[in-house]
Design a protein around this ligand. Structure first.
Ligand SMILES: *Cc1c(COP(=O)(O)O)cnc(C)c1O
Length: 461
């Protein structure tokens, strides 16, 4: 097992065989707590760890993690608001709640619901998912029974655990059949899908991926599964903001029955989940799986923050998401020109916020991501189609996303600079430590977030 900090000899070691977390890192935390003389010291230790992260990741790094988005001052302020200490189980309305005293909470929650309906142009939306993961469980709990067959996409093509055997779909006892995926075109192989789906007649077909570059044939697939009453479920965790901003396909308009997504990825709100749908037949099953099954105290401070970020999406989503996609295309092209092979290069690289590199020749995704992090460039290792699922810890790919750099006001020109830094570490084999001050200096002038009510659009230059 890899250690990232020295173990303290006088602290008893937890057996590695029962501890899922890195024992050396836990031991380091115990040593920090043991060194505290008072409870105030202990809290100070926590505050310092948070401050170290803010100084480094928040101000000095080029953050290219595809699932991360920086939140605005309004959203951050709402996340620590008083309403976050209040309890409000149930559906909106005094009779539907267990607790009295919720008249303003009803107002906050219904503002959020109505804003989400406006953003996604849907008849229904729910605001109570503390994670998008839970939205996926809501779908599998309400639209399928244990033993039913569903079809989802395997991890090397970008599939997410929530739709696979080791996540909510598997826990629900569903029989999972792989959707045939074309490893070169990086989308569903429609002919093979038609043949296989007609044989296994899945109740649900799940689209939407964690590694996601191109749209899916939603309309064609929904026509196929419609023959036996199956539904398309679009897990738009990553694409939620792109869909809101009209920069990706609109899954519900193309025939999907339900859309879930992460509020904290491209949507750039508080980390949590969103679920929207149009059909009346789904309203009772979905909302009764949300409450009382998957949500009780659903964090009204987070709901208020989600509502505020929905306003930013309504006002600036189109411009923000269009620039995110342009930046991802520019970054991918700049990396390819510097000798780093990029997925989807024959199709314009990407139609999302992501750019995916094949870094097998540079040492693989794990090594490359850690080398780049030493240079203050934050990315993640990723499975790519040439990998096996069992390669998850040492895969061949590197995933990059342009959400944060875009919100900081960067454009195509800055993507060339970022590609230069990455190529220095990968292609020229420069020591990361040798460029870290250049990277920090590059990031320094970009500290203001745009595409929000506070700042509007970034200045033209
Ligand atoms: C990130 C992700 C999720 C989980 O979303 P959370 O909001 O982190 O719970 C689900 N599905 C896909 C495809 C994802 O990429």
């Amino acid at each position: 097992m890899q250690t990232i900090s020295p173990t303290t000899p006088d602290v008893p070691q937890v057996s590695e065989s029962v501890e899922v977390h890195d024992p050396a890192v836990l031991a380091h935390a115990r040593a920090l707590l043991d060194a505290c003389a008072t409870p105030a010291d202990m809290q100070e230790t926590i505050l310092q760890a948070v401050a170290r992260n803010e100084a480094w990741r928040g101000r000095q790094c080029i953050n290219l993690l595809a699932p991360e988005a920086p939140t605005t001052p309004t959203v951050r302020g709402l996340l620590s608001s008083e309403v976050g200490t209040r309890a409000a189980e149930g559906h909106v309305g005094s009779v539907n709640r267990w607790f009295a005293g919720t008249k303003y909470i009803d107002e906050i929650e219904s503002l959020c619901i109505e804003l989400l309906k406006q953003v996604f142009k849907t008849r229904y939306a729910d605001h109570r998912l503390v994670a998008s993961m839970i939205g996926n469980m809501v779908v599998y709990a309400s639209m399928a029974q244990p033993g039913d067959t569903i079809m989802t996409i395997a991890q090397p093509f970008g599939g997410h655990s929530s739709n696979r055997q080791n996540g909510p779909a598997g826990v629900r006892g569903l029989n999972i059949v792989d959707i045939p995926f074309d490893p070169d075109e990086l989308t569903v192989d429609l002919d093979r899908f038609r043949t296989l789906a007609t044989q296994v007649r899945p109740k649900i077909v799940t689209l939407g991926l964690s590694m996601t570059l191109f749209p899916y044939p939603v309309r064609e697939m929904s026509e196929i599964v419609g023959e036996w009453g199956g539904d398309i479920f679009f897990d738009g965790a990553h694409q939620l903001g792109l869909i809101a901003g009209g920069q990706f396909q609109d899954p519900l308009a193309e025939g999907a029955a339900v859309l879930t997504g992460s509020a904290g990825k491209t949507f750039s709100g508080p980390q949590s989940g969103v679920i929207v749908w149009n059909e009346e037949r789904l309203t009772r099953p979905l909302t009764t799986a949300i409450f009382p099954v998957m949500a009780a105290t659903h964090q009204v401070n987070r709901v208020a923050a989600l509502a505020a970020s929905a306003v930013d999406m309504l006002a600036f989503g189109q411009a923000y998401m269009a620039q995110i996609v342009r930046n991802a295309q520019a970054l991918a092209d700049a990396l390819q020109r510097r000798g780093i092979p990029m997925l989807g290069s024959h199709k314009g690289y990407t139609r999302t916020h992501q750019a995916i590199a094949d870094v097998r020749q540079f040492g693989g995704g794990l090594e490359v991501a850690h080398r780049l992090a030493q240079a203050n460039i934050i990315t993640n290792k990723n499975l790519i189609p040439s990998d096996q699922p069992s390669d998850w810890d040492r895969p061949g790919g590197l995933r990059m996303g342009t959400i944060e750099v875009t919100r900081l006001g960067m454009r195509e020109r800055e993507m060339e600079h970022i590609a230069d830094f990455i190529a220095q570490v990968l292609v020229d084999r420069v020591e990361p430590a040798a460029i870290v001050s250049d990277v920090t200096g590059f990031r320094e002038p970009f500290q203001t977030l745009y595409y929000c009510v506070e700042q509007g659009l970034p200045p033209h230059s």
